[in-house]
Ligand binder design. Structure first.
Ligand SMILES: Cc1cc2nc3c(=O)[nH]c(=O)nc-3n(C[C@H](O)[C@H](O)[C@H](O)COP(=O)(O)OP(=O)(O)OC[C@H]3O[C@@H](n4cnc5c(N)ncnc54)[C@H](O)[C@@H]3O)c2cc1C
Length: 434
């Protein structure tokens, strides 16, 4: 394999061993099977990984097979996984009916529901990386690469750093560095682990199709993810709009309606919805939750981490080093735009409200979502995400969609996804709820 950029990659560092960092380690190994390049995997074992991220997209099924060289059956079992064929929406939109967002082609393409810890372990298995357990204080671009500074040990120099340190803390979020995606109305998750409703297959993986349930509730919505080891429930809400005690009470009500009598409280996770303006500068790449995040409604985080890692490694290994500085802003703009497209797609789900006329749903539909054009203004975000998103909505509103447009994925998600959501929510045709 001829890789014109490989000579300029003698030392690579991946920081973080959550899903994104582990995905990066496995991908570097895939690009450098002979181990010509030194790979340091840096993490601070005192800082836990986020540990949720149990829904995925079909691209992960192919990628995991390629990266691990294990069979699909073995991978699924190692992940305590089930086959996810889509997302079943309950109570969303203005039509008062439930609907499904299927992967395309419908009932054929599937992703995994998976245990996040098992995924990270699987990806790191067999990695030749040198492990450095230390806190990183700073990562800066230098003339010929990047410098990583540590607490209590000497700084190191690398040709490429993949920084997967997770969400920025609230004090680090800054409008100059981050696009605040506040048209998405949620910011907190309560996670509960409940008994499995799907048993592990006796002699092979569970073949029966499963769906992530996304259940609208008065204070937001709840995901229900069936794994063979447990069922994961997460209540997603806005802590400025709803009182946590009220949310916990409504969570109890849903579990009792579902016939769930016991659960283990797992975590309460505050999260930002944002995109980093500088995902890649030629030497430092932010990946995973460090690059951007949107609430988990469409399970976009792992899929976006795959996109970030894939594009950046492809560009660095396969393009001659002299193109690096010119490529960087182009790649950065494409990644920021793609991430923001995902954010717009997720926020759009709130545009028609739900079966609840509650404070949360009025806030989501009438105050948060209507800011999307202002936030996505190309002059403010320096990319064309808004146009890509509105193009897709424009397409589904056409009387006749041309055949060549059927498979278009201009805004990350395919046209079939846009059409299913628009029809399911009742905002079809037209963008507005009315
Ligand atoms: C409620 C919720 C539900 C979600 N559901 C889904 C889903 O269904 N599907 C999906 O794709 N995604 C989902 N996600 C997103 C999920 O978080 C990501 O997919 C995934 O976990 C990526 O995390 P990460 O690897 O970027 O960061 P993390 O898991 O936070 O890992 C950060 C790593 O960086 C290390 N680190 C941090 N700071 C330092 C430092 N200073 N020095 C050294 N090391 C450091 C830590 O030790 C850790 O190893 C969900 C997120 C939330 C909040």
């Amino acid at each position: 394999m001829i890789q014109p950029g490989a000579g300029s990659l003698r030392r690579i560092a991946v920081i973080g061993r959550g899903t994104a960092g582990s995905l990066a380690v496995a991908n570097v190994a895939g690009h450098d099977p002979d181990g010509n390049c030194e790979l340091d995997h840096i993490f601070d074992s005192r800082i836990p990984v986020i540990g949720v991220g149990e829904g995925s997209w079909p691209s992960l099924v192919q990628d995991l097979h390629k990266l691990t060289r294990l069979s699909h059956q073995v991978i699924q079992q190692r992940l305590n996984g089930t086959r996810k064929y889509g997302i079943a929406y309950e109570g969303w939109g203005s039509l008062g009916r439930d609907f499904c967002h299927y992967f395309s082609p419908q009932q054929v393409s599937y992703a995994y529901h998976l245990s996040a810890d098992c995924l990270a372990d699987l990806l790191r298995e067999g990695s030749r990386a040198r492990h450095i357990d230390a806190r990183v204080l700073d990562v800066t671009k230098t003339e010929d690469g990047a410098r990583v500074e540590f607490e209590g040990r000497a700084a190191e120099h690398y040709d490429l750093v993949l920084d997967a340190r997770g969400f920025p803390g609230p004090a680090d979020l800054h409008p100059g560095r981050h696009i605040d995606v506040s048209f998405i109305p949620t910011n907190t998750a309560i996670i509960r682990r409940c008994p499995a409703v799907i048993g592990a297959g006796r002699s092979g993986p569970v073949l029966r199709p499963t769906y992530t349930r996304a259940v609208a509730r008065p204070h937001g919505w709840v995901f229900v993810i069936p794994l063979t080891s447990h069922t994961s429930y997460g209540y997603i809400f806005n802590r400025e709009v709803s009182d946590r005690a009220d949310v916990e009470r409504d969570f109890d009500t849903l579990l009792s309606q579902d016939g769930v009598t016991e659960f283990e409280p797992r975590a309460v996770i505050p999260f930002p919805n944002f995109v980093h303006r500088r995902v890649y500068d030629g030497a430092v790449a932010r990946i995973g939750n460090a690059a951007g995040f949107f609430e988990p409604l469409e399970a976009t985080a792992i899929m976006l981490a795959q996109l970030q890692v894939g594009m950046i490694l492809q560009a660095r290994f396969n393009r001659p080093a002299e193109h690096r500085e010119r490529d960087a802003p182009v790649i950065n703009r494409f990644l920021v735009s793609s991430m923001l497209c995902c954010g717009l797609f997720v926020g759009w789900h709130y545009s028609c409200g739900s079966r609840y006329d509650s404070e949360f749903w009025r806030y989501a539909r009438d105050r948060a979502w209507p800011t999307y054009r202002h936030i996505g203004d190309p002059a403010a975000v320096d990319c064309d995400a808004l146009r890509r998103f509105e193009d897709m909505v424009g397409l589904i509103n056409r009387e006749v969609v041309d055949r060549e447009d059927w498979m278009r994925t201009r805004a990350v998600f395919p046209l079939t996804s846009f059409a299913q959501i628009a029809q399911g929510l009742g905002c079809y045709p037209g963008l507005d709820a009315d």
